[in-house]
Design a binder for this molecule. Structure first.
Ligand code: ZN
Length: 203
């Protein structure tokens, strides 16, 4: 088995310290998940691992679709590893939309792929657009999972905040279920180290 956490750490994608998250909470860890994909060879290795999980499940996939921008690289590499085509949705006037001439055939089996699943909000929006266009969403996938939604093989059930449909599988390489603290109840704050805001959203 590939050491996913080690790969993230080595890539500088798993940061340790004292971070102010976009939610306003604090955490000793932060995932800068784009960094794990800046090396195409590493991206390919991760996508091949993810493809193996999906192939073992025997779920048939015709197409991978990712919500832009976050899911593009992971989804493209996953499509390559699965040997299927790749399309993406993007926000247009705030609505996740299939544009650029992309089409889905009636009943086409589509897997929605993200780089990381937190609550799964963007993935869910992409799934709704695919179904509105006549496709059939068969599964969700991500390289990393924040532990809010249950992944295949995971022991913990999905938490209430998970927005993905419970009846569809989520394939992910690893759970990154970090401790998260309220600012007034944060042991890192108590130790006197000020929190830092990471470069962009991504926890
Ligand atoms: Zn703190």
């Amino acid at each position: 088995m590939v050491d996913i956490e080690g790969i993230y750490r080595e890539a500088g994608a798993l940061l340790e310290g004292h971070f102010l998250l976009s939610s306003g909470k604090h955490s000793p860890y932060y995932l800068q998940s784009a960094r794990v994909l800046e090396d195409p060879k590493r991206a390919q290795l991760l996508a091949q691992e993810l493809a193996r999980l999906i192939e073992e499940s025997k779920i048939g996939v015709d197409t991978v679709c990712s919500p832009a921008i976050g899911g593009l690289l992971a989804g493209y590499e996953l499509a390559r590893a699965l040997g299927v085509r790749f399309i993406f949705t993007e926000r247009h006037n705030g609505v996740m939309t299939l544009r650029r001439g992309f089409e889905v055939a009636p009943g086409e089996r589509v897997l929605i792929c993200e780089d990381i699943i937190t609550t799964g909000g963007s993935a869910l929006e992409a799934a709704r657009e695919i179904e509105d266009q006549g496709g059939r969403v068969v599964a969700f996938a991500a390289l990393a999972n924040r532990g809010i939604c249950r992944r295949e093989g995971g022991e913990e059930p999905s938490k209430e905040e998970c927005r993905l449909p419970r009846e569809k599988p989520l394939f992910a390489l690893a759970d990154f279920d970090f401790p998260i603290y309220d600012p007034h109840d944060c042991p890192l704050c108590a130790s006197g180290v000020p929190p830092v805001k990471p470069g962009s959203r991504g926890s």
